[in-house]
Structure formats: structure tokens, C-alpha cells
Design a protein around this ligand. Structure first.
Ligand SMILES: [Zn+2]
Length: 475
């Protein structure tokens, strides 16, 4: 199948598509060396893993804005390269169950998660779930479920919310699973979390514990608790929130012929910061995409200086808050699109392009392409043609499959454009064991491969920005 597509692409290339020497000249300015130079700054320890709202993120924002400035790009946000906005940082402070002097402590004896605003001790009522009795009144109570494992918890939490329950108390059957859950999720859930200001994602309170804690609260052996039985206990969860300012970084290159039509090229420059005192450098995620945007921007800036287009405008935008839930791109598309979305012809999003995954150990000249055919047949064909004309990478569509369980189409910033009917392409190298680990570092980046991928994005952008008609949305 792959080979067939490739051959077809070649025919199309011979038939319709000739190499554009001008494009090739400027593509050559995108080099492995330059990519490495930028990345050795952004993925260095000094940048502390670029967590949204933190010092390292601010340093990265400045580095990127300075680059856009040096290229002579317009600062499109009222004369600034920064699109600033506020997020809410929520921290769960003291969490415990108390009986007299004795306490069971959150993130040691159980895990707690909620964005409901609570503080101080309160009496809460637990009620053992009874699947047989549909008339049972769960309103305002914490429903206790026995769970064999973590899978399926979300579905139960949703049901509880529909039944008007205040929360859900999961008693895990398997003690090993419980312990590993505490180790795995404890540190994450204890950290401050960021959300869009004023948006309450989950008011349902979630306790994940073991049978032992449930028994302690009911003051009897777990097996003796009957379906529908209640217990009133003292619970404390202190929730604190405060505003955190963060920013997308935008550089604008005005089109020479159709300036009102805009192509947006994105990558997220934030990463997950410091966890358990370890810096997560995020060299691949998404330092690689960020520095690709910087290099593609530079190539277009040089073309523009030589009066070689682009005909349409290009917005280079590195976004913040991706790791917190695609927040920066969501702010741009849902709250403050600097350029109207109906004039936005496409979004090319680059998120992780510096590594080679296990599936391609013997052919590093590949890239996963996701979403190119979802809204525009023309964009997909353009992407294929450009590749067979200039870069000849293997375009791998594995993750483009609707049924792929990873659902990557929904998991990076392009999705906020796609949901607004803007055709997108998402470029991705696949996963690797260093994903979201302190080991996602610069010495593991394959810069020669990254250079080819960045050039592919450049050529694709070149064609979208310079072809006669804007690409058509037909799906
Ligand atoms: Zn990412």
C-alpha cells in the first residue's frame, strides 16, 4: 500500500508538479546545525523544562520573540509578539480523612482529585454502591465502588455525577495496583494544575483508595459492608487557586498578494517542567517542533526579503499550555483569534519531529502524517505531491486511522483549528520510551532526520501560501 502511494505520488509529480528552484534555495537555509543551535538553548537545563507559567517558559517565550524580531516579522498582537492570557492554577493542599487524633493522608494513603473549590473539614457521607437497587438515593454522597483495576473508573465517575453524587470513592481490590497507582499518579495529582480561567472541568470529587481504607472509615472489615450502607466521616480537602499569566508567541509575515489569507504554522514551546526535582527538558516534545518553526520562519523571511513571496500571509505561532490541555491554541482559536479563522487557510502543526521510533529503526526517513485528509482532499494531495517532488520521506498514515486507539488527531494543538473547520496537518515522529521523562534530552535527537522533516513542512507551507487558489475545504 505504501509503495503504491509512493509510485502514484511520483507519477503525479512528473505530470503536474515541477520542482521550484526558488523554494529549494530557501529550503536549504533550514539546516541540522541551526536546528541544533536553537535546541541546545531551549532544551538546556537553564530553561527548566519550560513549564507553563514558570520561569523557563518565560525565558523560552523571550528567545522565540527575539528570533521573530530579528527576522523583521510583524508583532501582530497590538504591536507585541506575545498574546498574553490568564490561566487558573489550582493546588490541592491538605487532604485527609480524620477519626479523632488519627488521620489518613492524601497521596500517601489514597489519591484525591477534583477541581471543586473546598476548604476545611467537613462531614461527608459514604454510600456503598448497590447495582441491584435503582431507587437508592446517591445525591450529595460519595459512592463507594469496588474496583478490580483502574480501567473503567471514568465511566463510573460520570454515572455518579449524573446521579447527583458529591463524589466517588474507589476501593481498589488489588493492593499491588493500589501501591503502584500511588507512586505513579500521586506526584502528578499533588502538583498544581492549570485550567482555563473560569472553567470548571470536574467538580466531582474523586478518591482512589484501597479496601483497607474503606474498612477503616466504616469501622468494620470491608467484606462486611453491605450494599447501600452509609457511613459519615470527616474529610478535609483544601483547594487553592490563583491566576497565572502565560503567553503564545506570534510572528507575522505579511503576504505579498493575498495578505488577508493566512496560513498558521504552530508548535508548542511549553513542556512539563520539573517533576520530583528532575528537569524534563522536552527536547523532542516539543523543542523539536519549536525550533523547526524558528527555522521555517527564517527561510520564509529570507524569501520575503528577496521579494519571493509568500503570496499569502503566514503566522508563525509557538503556543503555551499544550501539556496542560492544549490551552494556548484553545485560547487563540476560541477566545482571541488575531486573524479571523474564516481567513485561515490551513494549520501545519509540528509536535515531536526529532526522534526515530522503533517501528522505523531501519528507515529513519519517515514522518507520521495525521489529519491531512480529514477536511480537504486538496491539502492531502498537495502534501503527497510536495513530498514526492522534494523530500521523499515515507509518509506514514498509521495514526491517521479513525480507529487508532491513540487518537493523536485530538491530542495536539492543530485540533483546535480542525474543530473550527480549518484544514490541518499534524507532523509527528511517534512515541518513544523517553516521552514525558527526564530522559527526553538533546543528545537523542536525530538532527539530520529533523532537517528533512522541517524542510517537508517548509515546502508544504510554500505551496499552500503560493498556489493560485486557497486550498478547498470539501469534507
Ligand atoms: Zn507535545
Amino acid at each position: 500500500m505504501r509503495k503504491f502511494t509512493y509510485a502514484l505520488g511520483l507519477l503525479v509529480a512528473i505530470g503536474l508538479f515541477a520542482q521550484d528552484k526558488t523554494a529549494m534555495k530557501f529550503a536549504k537555509t533550514i539546516t541540522a546545525n541551526d536546528l541544533k543551535e536553537h535546541l541546545s538553548v531551549l532544551a538546556s537545563d537553564e530553561y527548566e523544562g519550560r513549564e507553563t507559567g514558570k520561569k523557563g517558559q518565560k525565558m523560552a517565550a523571550k528567545y522565540i520573540a527575539d528570533h521573530f524580531k530579528s527576522l523583521g516579522f510583524e508583532a501582530p498582537v497590538d504591536g507585541s509578539h506575545f498574546q498574553k492570557f490568564n490561566l487558573t492554577e489550582a493546588t490541592i493542599g491538605n487532604v485527609y480523612f480524620r477519626k479523632g487524633e488519627e488521620k489518613k493522608i492524601g497521596f500517601e494513603n489514597f489519591v484525591y482529585y477534583s477541581s471543586a473549590e473546598t476548604s476545611g473539614e467537613e462531614y461527608i457521607q459514604l454510600i456503598m454502591a448497590d447495582e441491584e437497587n435503582e431507587d437508592l438515593d446517591y445525591e450529595g454522597k460519595y459512592i463507594v465502588y469496588v474496583a478490580e483495576q483502574l480501567g473503567g473508573l471514568q465511566e463510573k465517575a460520570q454515572k455518579a455525577e449524573e446521579a447527583g453524587a458529591a463524589g466517588v470513592f474507589f476501593a481498589l481490590e488489588n493492593e499491588d495496583e493500589f501501591q503502584s497507582m500511588i507512586t505513579r499518579y500521586g506526584p502528578y495529582l499533588k502538583r498544581p494544575s492549570l485550567k482555563m480561567e473560569g472553567r470548571d472541568n470536574s467538580a466531582t470529587k474523586l478518591v482512589i483508595a484501597n479496601k483497607e481504607l474503606a474498612g477503616w472509615l466504616y469501622e468494620k472489615a470491608f467484606e462486611e459492608i453491605e450494599a447501600g450502607e452509609t457511613a459519615t466521616v470527616i474529610f478535609n480537602a483544601d483547594y487553592l487557586d490563583k491566576p497565572v499569566e502565560t503567553e503564545n508567541v506570534l510572528g507575522f509575515l505579511k503576504g505579498s498578494e493575498k495578505p488577508e489569507e493566512v496560513l498558521v504554522i504552530t508548535a508548542h514551546y511549553d513542556h512539563v517542567g520539573i517533576i520530583n526535582e528532575e528537569i524534563h527538558n522536552g527536547a523532542d516534545d516539543d523543542g523539536s517542533g519549536t525550533v523547526s518553526v524558528l527555522e521555517i520562519a527564517e527561510a520564509f523571511a529570507q524569501a520575503s526579503k528577496k521579494k519571493k513571496g509568500p503570496k499569502r500571509s503566514i503566522l508563525f505561532m509557538t503556543v503555551t499550555g499544550e501539556e496542560k490541555g492544549l490551552l494556548g491554541s484553545q485560547y487563540y482559536t476560541d477566545t482571541d483569534p488575531i486573524f479571523p479563522l474564516e481567513n485561515t487557510v490551513a494549520n501545519l502543526n509540528i509536535d515531536m519531529v526529532g526522534r526515530i521510533d522503533d517501528a522505523h529503526a531501519d528507515n529513519s526517513d519517515y514522518i507520521y502524517v495525521i489529519g491531512s485528509d480529514k477536511l480537504s482532499t486538496e491539502l492531502h494531495e498537495l502534501s503527497e505531491e510536495v513530498n514526492s517532488t522534494y523530500t521523499n520521506l515515507e509518509l506514514d498514515y498509521t495514526y491517521n486511522d479513525e480507529n487508532d486507539p491513540n487518537r493523536f488527531y485530538y491530542r495536539s494543538d492543530h485540533y483546535n483549528f480542525a474543530k473550527n473547520n480549518v484544514p490541518i496537518i499534524f507532523y509527528f515522529n511517534g512515541t518513544h520510551p523517553d516521552y514525558h521523562k527526564p530522559t527526553d534530552t538533546i543528545e537523542k535527537i536525530a538532527f539530520d532526520t529533523m532537517e528533512k522533516r522541517a524542510r517537508l513542512v517548509f515546502y508544504t507551507a510554500w505551496e499552500i501560501a503560493n498556489r493560485e487558489e486557497r486550498i478547498e475545504v470539501d469534507k
